[in-house]
Design a protein around this ligand. Sequence first.
Ligand code: NAG
Ligand code: NAG
Ligand code: NAG
Length: 463
Amino acid sequence: MRGCTLLLHSLIFNGLLLLFLQLQGANGDNPYRFFTWKVTYGDIYPLGVKQQGILINGQFPGPHIDAITNDNLVISVYNYLREPFLLSWNGIQQRRNSWQDGVYGTNCPIPPRKNFTYILQVKDQIGSYFYFPSLGFHKAAGAFGSIRIWSRPRIPVPFPPPAGDFMVLTGDWFKRNHYDLKRISDGGHKLPLPDGLLINGRGWNGYTFTVDPGKTYRFRISNVGLTTSINFRIQGHKMKLVEVEGSHTIQNTYDALDIHLGQSYSVLVTADQLPQGYYVVVSSRFTSPVLTTTAVLHYSNSRRGVSGPVPRGPTTQINWSLNQARSIRRNLTASGPRPNPQGSYHYGLIKPSRTITLANSAPIINRKQRYAVNSVSFIPADTPLKLADYFNIPGVFNLGSIPTSPTWGNAYYQTSVMAANFREFIEIVFQNWEDTVQSWHMDGYSFFVVGLVYYIIKRTCTG
Ligand SMILES: *[C@@H]1O[C@H](CO)[C@@H](O)[C@H](O)[C@H]1NC(C)=O
Ligand SMILES: *[C@@H]1O[C@H](CO)[C@@H](O)[C@H](O)[C@H]1NC(C)=O
Ligand SMILES: *[C@@H]1O[C@H](CO)[C@@H](O)[C@H](O)[C@H]1NC(C)=O
């Protein structure tokens, strides 16, 4: 019926975890949407100084993609850079061409002056996502953009249609260009504190969201940064969380939301305050100093600008954030991409067949700053892994080339691949013993978060 290889392949170059399922699903008669993208260098000034950005069709951030559940997207990308370029489709499940997910190791980068056509199907998906370039710190130069997958017309959505739908791509930003950042890492150093934060490619009050009084709007906020968790809030306004990366949530109301690297959240905001300008604020979390930037929420019936102090974010450390994360729950009776409720799949009753424990670390290997999982820092093979798997090419990778629990030995390079069985349910425990927040990218696969634990580590100093 279907191809049935499930490889758990941990790609550690950027601290990513991949879990992918190869399914040749039929795409049926669903509509096709075609895109032609030219990727070039271009000058950008997001923090007031000129930088070499990476633009898509001349735009920074890149163009956004609108699709409806089950649409086929045909995206022809022409690489006019002097370096290989690879786009990663964050959160797109890619059941049709799972090797085209845009992750190094399964998908080849596009060589300079060449083109490649990604064919993706947003099968059984709804919600807010984004794409980004996944090689050579390109994300620090742009080429990211939002993806919105709308529900099909007859599928119930658990909130009234909003009056408008805003995309908010936000995150940390460096004035150094992407070559310099790579040099820092290759020189054996961690990246410095970013120089600032951006909202939709702009710095302080550089972007305006215009709302009509009394109406309710959807804001889709994605953290597209490189290193830093952020907090998002709107002066004087409450946010009702309705969706997180394709799942409708219990609709809790928040004053401020922590959004970690790679995450996308949808909130509803009602313009129910006095007509004037309000700050839309993003600040960095767990950094010293705290970086802050703002955009403007503008009431269409007002001429008054923003005023008053910029509202402060949470100053507490990780506990606040973890407690908030625990409060975010899938609404099991709301519909998802299909009319049946999201909870009709009784994942609480599933018995996992085994447990994998993954611990991230930041070792120096051959004097370079690298990132590792269970002591393995991923290096891609010459042959993409999916091709090697499909054509049974020996010597490209070995199953079991990464331990399934931490060994705490010296870190080493490896083309690491873990095996798993088709339709197997695996429990994965992520352990972070570092003093920075780690986010994981579960590429192209569905998963359920079943628990979050925070330990205070008591260090004993000797000598
Ligand atoms: C590359 O572009 C050419 C010219 O537009 C087109 O004919 C060809 O099919 C493209 N190749 C890929 C792999 O997208
Ligand atoms: C969950 O979704 C259902 C269906 O839209 C809705 O009736 C219910 O109020 C929601 N529950 C919560 C707690 O948000
Ligand atoms: C964090 O929360 C846990 C349990 O909720 C508590 O035991 C711990 O003391 C808290 N730590 C801090 C630093 O507040």
